[in-house]
Design a protein around this ligand. Structure first.
Ligand code: 4AD
Ligand code: MG
Length: 465
């Protein structure tokens, strides 16, 4: 249908004011104030600005008004309108309607009426919530962040690799892999191997928890500097505001860099994508600053202009122990820090993003480079106020012997990782990488406090939205 995007009527108003335009959109609100009728419509090209359709009731006789204008008033109705675009003190521009047509009716049981609704209620209508200001703004920022992520890596010489989602390697070794199978269980199978061998792939398969191992094989396999960006799946039994079973994962892998260098890259990357949305999502961020997290813009500006803190795990444990804070979980050297500890460090102690470095090797994955102290690995998590961990990062172990030993210590089936281990045999080099959860990043930059509200259809423990 020939029409003009509403965003252009605002952004290029000089061009359109005084001309005849055709628009489409969904009714957000409408009001009849004799002798005028006002309808605000939105076509999805703006998050927050609606176009006002101004209708002079006297131009229609009663019958005509009832037939043509009345059906266009209910909230949620899809309409088409033509008329002259005029400048407006209150609305920047508005359309003086000469013709209006209903494209799709919206009956009275439409769940998004004008009254204020709760986030919990909106989660029950994920297919309609994108019609609200908050969700339009969240998904606009999310889309732009994804673009900025691709932009950063493309501008810095990384190749985008599409790793498989169906895999048989549990990269994180946490036993959180979803199984992929077409094989119904039957009692005649004697062993798991027998069951797996008759399955679709002839072996055990699951959904990737991370594409890191494939990423390492691409980087060391000859591309040098790559990133993957796609969904990762984790059958975590954590029903929190920051865990979903299907999340979006950005994972760069870079040859010839050590832990400190990958930290620098991570910091530069985070600042780049925040700077990008500060520039390109001004309206949305101003909205979040006003209605969702007071001080959000100051926070983001502070983040891009300050250096992130870097602190050793060992020192962080001492800080936590010395703090007189009451934590639910105990803090001791060797403990896997909980979200309450991470948030205390980043929110109370450093008040900015913190890279926590050199964790005890027992609580981290097999692939991380073992430090000379024999106790820790060259790993780091980036913690941010309000959320906790948004990046998991490490330099990788390149010594074949040590890597195999780390796998044996974790009872991993080494024979299933021969290709991965080949990267340590045929021209092994120092390399590092990290994983950023896009969904948590969206939460951080919008101030949304529940991960269920930054995904279109979240998948969480015991729930498919
Ligand atoms: O710290 P993680 O588990 O690290 C890895 O998967 C590494 N293989 C990454 C790498 O080095 N290539 O996960 C990385 C990030 C977390 O910091 C978090 O932001 C996000 O992925 N994440 C989740 N986000 C939402 N829901 C979940 N269940 C998540 N699990 C991890
Ligand atoms: Mg992690």
């Amino acid at each position: 249908m020939q029409h003009t995007d509403i965003v252009l009527l605002f952004s290029d108003s000089e061009k359109y004011v005084g001309t005849a335009v055709k628009v489409c959109g969904w009714v957000r609100t409408s009001a009849e104030v004799k002798p005028m009728t006002f309808i605000q419509i939105n076509d999805g090209t703006t998050s927050l600005k609606n176009l006002q359709l101004t209708i002079d009731q006297t131009r229609f006789d009663d019958e005509e008004y009832k037939l043509r204008i009345k059906p266009a008033l209910p909230v949620g109705t899809a309409v088409y309108a033509e008329g002259e675009l005029v400048a407006s003190e209150r609305n920047v521009v508005e359309l003086l309607v000469s013709e209006i047509r209903v494209l799709g009716e919206c009956p009275g049981d439409y769940p998004l009426q004008k009254k204020k609704t709760s986030m919990e209620f909106l989660r029950t209508i994920p297919h309609l919530r994108l019609r609200t200001n908050t969700f339009k703004a969240v998904f606009t920022v999310r889309a732009r962040l994804s673009y900025a992520i691709h932009k950063y890596f493309n501008e810095n010489g990384y190749k985008y690799v599409q790793a498989p989602i169906i895999t048989n390697s549990d990269c994180e070794g946490a036993g959180e892999m979803f199984r992929v199978t077409t094989q119904p269980w039957a009692t005649d199978y004697k062993t798991e191997e027998e069951y797996n061998s008759e399955d679709y792939f002839g072996c055990k398969a699951g959904l990737a928890v991370s594409c890191q191992l494939e990423g390492e094989m691409a980087a060391l396999g000859g591309l040098g500097r790559i990133y993957t960006f796609g969904p990762s799946f984790r059958a975590e039994h954590s029903n929190t505001a920051r865990h979903v079973a299907e999340f979006w994962h950005v994972e760069p892998e870079v040859c010839f860099v050590d832990l400190d260098e990958i930290i620098e890259i991570g910091e530069d990357f985070i600042k780049f994508i925040i700077r990008d949305i500060l520039e390109s999502c001004k309206e949305e961020l101003a909205f979040f600053d006003r209605f969702v997290e007071k001080g959000l813009l100051d926070k983001l500006n502070h983040v891009v202009n300050s250096e992130f803190a870097k602190v050793d795990y060992t020192e962080a444990v001492e800080i936590l122990q010395k703090s007189r804070q009451k934590f639910e979980y105990p803090v001791y050297w060797g403990a896997d820090l909980q979200s309450e500890h991470e948030r205390y460090l980043t929110e109370e102690v450093y008040k900015r993003p913190v890279f926590l470095k050199n964790y005890p090797k027992e609580i981290k994955a097999f692939y991380m480079k073992q430090n000379p102290d024999g106790k820790t690995v060259a790993a780091t998590d980036l913690l941010v106020p309000g959320i906790g961990e948004i990046i998991g990062c490490s330099e990788r172990e390149t010594d074949l012997e040590k890597l195999q030993q780390a796998m044996r210590d974790r009872n991993m089936p080494i024979e299933e990782y021969t290709r991965y281990l080949d990267t340590r045999r045929f021209g092994s080099v120092q390399h590092s990488g990290f994983g950023l959860g896009l969904d948590r990043m969206v939460m951080y930059v919008t101030g949304m406090t529940n991960i269920r509200d930054v995904l279109q259809f979240p998948r969480t423990y015991e729930h498919i939205y």
